[in-house]
Design a protein around this ligand. Structure first.
Ligand SMILES: [Fe+2]
Length: 283
C-alpha cells in the first residue's frame, strides 16, 4: 500500500513564499527612499498604467476584472510569486549594469535561509529514494584576479525531479535539496545532487489564472539556484541552466542568460558532471 501525500497547491506555496519574504524583509532592510524618489517612482508607475488604459482603451469590465484579480493575488499570497516571475528580471538587469564578476539572475520566491551547513565535498540532503539522474556540480570561487576565496559559501537550492521545492510542497521533507556548502582553502567545492526538472509556476492560483487567460505558458527551464558569498565580497545570487533544456528559450520568468548555461557530461556510471567557477567582486 502506498502512502499518499497532499499535492502542493498555489495557495500553500504562495502563503509560504509570502511568509518567507516577510521573514527576510528585516534582512533586506527598509529602502530608506526619500520623498522625492518615492514621488518619482509612484507617479511614473501610475503614468505607465494610465498610458496603457489610454492606448488600449481599457473598458470598465476589464478594469473591474483587473481589480478582482489583484485582490485575489493578495488573498492568495501570490504577490511574491507574481513579482519575482514577472518583474524581478528587470530590477536584476538594472543592478547588473554596475556589477563585475559572475552574472547574477533573479532569486525567485523559493529561497529559504539557514539551511544545513555542509563541507566542501558533500551530497545535498535528499530522500533515500530521490528520483532523478545524479549530478556532481563542482567549481571554484575566486576574486576578480583569480585568487581563490578560501571558505566561500555556496548556498544552494533546487527543485526535485518533479519540479517541486521543499518548504513549498507539503509532500517533501524540510531541507530537501537545500544546503550551504563551505568551499575549501582553495575556494573549491563539489556538490552531489540530482538533475532538477523544468517546472510550471503554480497554475491553480490567480497567477496561473492570468497566464491561462492570456494564453501564455507557465514553464521555467530546469535550473539550480545559488547564492555565492565570501567575506569582503559582494554576494552573487544566480541560477544555472542546462544546455538544450526545454523552455530555455522561453522562460516565463525571463531569467536565463547565455553565460549561465551548463553542459554536463554524462559518464558511463550514469552520473552527470559539470564544473562552473564563480568570480566575486569586492563588496
Ligand atoms: Fe526555481
Amino acid at each position: 500500500m502506498t502512502t499518499t501525500h497532499p499535492l502542493p497547491t498555489a495557495a500553500g506555496s504562495g502563503a509560504n513564499a509570502s511568509e518567507a519574504f516577510r521573514a527576510s524583509a528585516g534582512r533586506v532592510g527598509a529602502a530608506g527612499t526619500d520623498t522625492e524618489r518615492v514621488s518619482l517612482l509612484v507617479s511614473s508607475t501610475l503614468e505607465a498604467v494610465h498610458a496603457v488604459i489610454r492606448e488600449h482603451e481599457v473598458t470598465y469590465p476589464e478594469f473591474q476584472a483587473a481589480k478582482a484579480w489583484l485582490m485575489a493575488l493578495g488573498e492568495g499570497g501570490e504577490w511574491p510569486l507574481f513579482l519575482d516571475v514577472f518583474v524581478e528580471h528587470e530590477v536584476e538587469q538594472v543592478a547588473e549594469k554596475a556589477q563585475r564578476g559572475t552574472a547574477g539572475t533573479i532569486q525567485g520566491p523559493y529561497y529559504l535561509p539557514d539551511q544545513v551547513r555542509l563541507p566542501a565535498v558533500a551530497t545535498l540532503p535528499m530522500r533515500t529514494d530521490e528520483k532523478g539522474d545524479r549530478l556532481v556540480f563542482s567549481g571554484q570561487v575566486t576574486d576578480l584576479d583569480g585568487a581563490p576565496l578560501a571558505g566561500a559559501e555556496v548556498d544552494f537550492w533546487q527543485a526535485d525531479a518533479d519540479g517541486y521545492y521543499s518548504g513549498f510542497a507539503p509532500h517533501l521533507p524540510d531541507g530537501n535539496l537545500r544546503g550551504v556548502i563551505t568551499a575549501d582553502d582553495e575556494g573549491r567545492f563539489a556538490i552531489t545532487t540530482i538533475l532538477p526538472a523544468p517546472y510550471q509556476i503554480p497554475t491553480d492560483g490567480p497567477t496561473g489564472a492570468m497566464i491561462a487567460a492570456a494564453g501564455w505558458h507557465p514553464w521555467r527551464p530546469a535550473h539550480l539556484h545559488l547564492m555565492v558569498r565570501a567575506d569582503g565580497h559582494r554576494q552573487i545570487t544566480t541560477q544555472l541552466y542546462f544546455s538544450g533544456g526545454e523552455w530555455l528559450e522561453s522562460d516565463v520568468a525571463r531569467a536565463t542568460k547565455d553565460e549561465l548555461v551548463l553542459s554536463p557530461e554524462k559518464r558511463d556510471d550514469g552520473t552527470h558532471r559539470v564544473a562552473y567557477d564563480f568570480v566575486l567582486e569586492p563588496a
